[in-house]
Design a binder for this molecule. Structure first.
Ligand code: ADP
Ligand code: MG
Length: 255
């Protein structure tokens, strides 16, 4: 059989080396120019495939995570958030808490960077090979409420229980009825001890009971969340308010 670029590409594709199949002529040309050895050529071919697969995996995981916006920890300005030290941020970023299935509670008033930090940590985790999913409390309750009847909700529950990190944004923003509280407890119980959770909230855990209603369920939920938890209090003025743009002249209002 005559070996052509096309026949090689076909072979690569049938072995599912799809990335390298696409650019094979370029790789061959570059290696010829550099007068690579067979080993060097094979190495660059395999490296290309592996790098692209890793990139594709990250892109796919970022999509599944469904962050409300993409902002990284590098975009987070520490000088604007006095209550978080450089050392604390570094520790959070190292993700030991995630490896040990600790939970994080990010507390503070609106606009202080809770969601940004949660998203930033989620992105970091994806780059480190973890599976992440981001949900608002509203989304989560809707998913749990419709799990019996909606295929989409079933897929979401599978993603949640299969994730390494589940971010629940604005927890206890809304009151839950008895059935919802039970479903929420059931989920927390399933995740307990093997999945890390990040909760953002403008209310401390001591106030969560008011919205769950049933004190028995509240205690059971809190028990599991608090067992291994790090609480981060963010304070200060709303970043949005401080850096808001106005239509009346000045670009940014500094207080
Ligand atoms: P919340 O605490 O209400 O969840 P967000 O995290 O969504 O607030 O922050 C509101 C906006 O302000 C976002 O666009 C976020 O990126 C920005 N922001 C807040 N804190 C900081 C910060 N320390 N550095 C950079 N951007 C920030
Ligand atoms: Mg928020």
């Amino acid at each position: 059989m005559r070996v052509t670029s096309e026949s090689l590409q076909e072979q690569l594709r049938s072995l599912r080396f799809t990335e390298v199949a696409r650019v094979l002529p370029d790789i061959i040309q570059t290696s010829e120019k550099k007068q690579d050895s067979y080993q060097e050529f094979l190495h660059s071919l395999l490296s290309f495939e592996m790098e692209r697969r890793e990139e594709n995996k990250i892109t796919k995981r970022l999509k599944i995570a469904s962050f409300p916006y993409i902002k990284t920890l590098d975009d987070f300005r520490l000088e604007e958030q006095q209550s978080l030290s450089m050392k604390q941020l570094k520790q959070l970023r190292e993700l030991n808490w995630l490896e040990q299935a600790y939970n994080l509670i990010l507390l503070g008033p609106p606009g202080v960077g809770k969601t940004h930090l949660a998203v930033g940590l989620g992105i970091e985790a994806i780059h480190r090979g973890f599976k992440v999913i981001f949900l608002s409390m509203g989304d989560l309750v809707k998913i749990l409420n419709t799990e019996d009847i909606s295929r989409k909700s079933q897929t979401m529950v599978k993603r949640i229980t299969g994730a390494d990190l589940v971010i629940i944004d604005d927890i206890m923003y809304m009151a839950m009825d008895q059935r919802e509280a039970n479903l929420f407890f059931h989920l927390i119980n399933q995740l307990y001890d093997r999945t890390s959770l990040i909760f953002t909230s403008n209310k401390g855990p001591e106030e969560w009971g008011e919205l769950i209603g049933d004190s028995g369920i509240t205690t059971a939920i809190l028990d599991r969340i608090i067992h291994r938890v790090e609480v981060v209090h963010l304070t200060g003025e709303s970043y949005r308010m401080k850096h808001r743009t106005t239509i009346f002249g000045e670009d940014t209002v500094q207080s």
